[in-house]
Design a protein around this ligand. Structure first.
Ligand SMILES: *Cc1c(COP(=O)(O)O)cnc(C)c1O
Length: 368
């Protein structure tokens, strides 16, 4: 057997391009760059279902278990494959952290260079470490994410450079596959799809995915899209650009979303809503999910869970689940892994004083 035949006969997990090729902008001549992304768990939560009541079923789509720990990998496999097909020599992106982590890993896999433009001091430690370890050229700027994206838009016009932010339609195409997976597992679309909203590319992508499957007769209904922004970074909610967005959830710390119009249209067409969640609600939801379902997500990843809680009980919620149709199915997408951003929670962790290496002492320390 030749080396190539040996490699191609290896059993590898399929990434989203292989799984959903017919729905993606690839051809037989597209070189596929994949790390086996997608096919992430859709976890039924009895506890969240009980919170909603009325016989509703809540599922958590855990995107934190993608190869680099966020949903960005679904879009990156398509964006990088297409960039290579077009002859790009270097990827470039602005990032709040996860796009750069993903771009750096896929660039390494593809054997090309990657430049990441980041707001100085604003990137979660784990994410910055990922960009570094995968060998990206990291440029920190004195500015925020929106400034970084403005610069990348300009630089990306150069030959051989490929922008892999979600303004690249190949990213959105890849991210649609999360909606496909949900429909494939549930047998239909859910009634409600909850997502965090940052640059708003992902909500745009989910809606495109749900609509495409619906148009193909693979689902009977379309979900209402419910997007949640952090209270200090809520341009779509307030319908105005936020010059200095602030939130502990760095992945959604964005004041002027690139896919603002598309997400607004998706929310309106789907009869959905945009609402706010405070940093405190986000952290509470993050810890709740970790303690009650064993799923550890980063703060931005918990925004949809915080949103679900708000819809269940808050008087000021834009949409109330009190009047939700009985037996509704709800999917909350959690977008990134908790280990990426340890600093947010470390401050809350109790420090333990060591006890003697002795069975009795340990028993006593356990309160047994
Ligand atoms: C990128 C990201 C978001 C925001 O997604 P948008 O497409 O920018 O709205 C939310 N959570 C995590 C963990 C992310 O990495």
């Amino acid at each position: 057997m030749s080396m190539n035949a040996a490699i191609s006969s290896l059993k590898q997990s399929r990434g989203v391009i292989e799984r959903y090729r017919e729905f993606l902008p690839v051809s037989d001549s597209t070189p596929i760059v994949s790390l086996g992304e997608g096919t992430t768990p859709l976890v039924y939560s009895a506890k969240l279902s009980a919170r909603v009541g009325r016989g509703c079923e809540v599922f958590v789509k855990n995107e934190g278990v993608n190869p680099t720990g966020s949903f960005k990998d679904r879009g990156m496999t398509v964006a990088v494959s297409k960039a290579i097909e077009r002859g790009a020599r270097m990827l470039i992106c602005a990032s709040t952290g996860n796009t750069s982590a993903s771009a750096a890993a896929y660039a390494a896999r593809a054997g090309i260079e990657c430049a990441v433009i980041l707001p100085a001091g604003k990137i979660a430690r784990g994410k910055l470490l990922q960009a570094f370890v995968h060998g990206a050229k990291i440029i920190a700027i004195d500015g925020n994410f929106d400034d970084a994206l403005r610069i990348v838009r300009k630089l990306g016009q150069r030959e051989n450079l490929a922008i892999v932010n979600s303004i690249n339609p190949d990213r959105i195409a890849g991210q649609k596959t999360a909606a496909f997976e949900i429909v494939d597992l549930l047998g239909d679309a859910p009634h409600f799809q909850l997502l965090p909203l940052g640059n708003a590319g992902n909500l745009t992508a989910y809606w495109a995915g749900y609509r495409e499957y619906h148009g193909n007769g693979r689902s009977k209904k379309l979900p209402a899209m419910l997007g949640f922004q952090a209270a200090g970074a809520a341009p779509i909610f307030h319908d105005k650009i936020i010059e200095r967005p602030e939130t502990i959830a760095s992945a959604i710390r964005i004041g002027n979303p690139a896919s603002w119009k598309q997400a607004r249209a998706a929310i309106d067409q789907s009869k959905g809503i945009v609402d706010l969640v405070t940093d405190e609600e986000i952290i509470d939801a993050q810890i709740w999910l970790a303690r009650h379902e064993g799923i550890f997500v980063e703060p931005a990843g918990a925004a949809a869970i915080a949103g679900l809680f708000k819809c269940c009980s808050a008087k000021d919620a834009v949409y109330s689940f009190k009047k939700i149709p009985k037996g509704s199915r709800i999917v909350c997408t959690v977008t990134g892994h908790g280990l990426k951003d340890p600093d947010v929670l470390t401050a809350r962790m109790e420090t333990t004083t060591p006890v003697a290496a002795d069975e009795e002492r340990v028993l006593r320390a356990l309160g047994l």
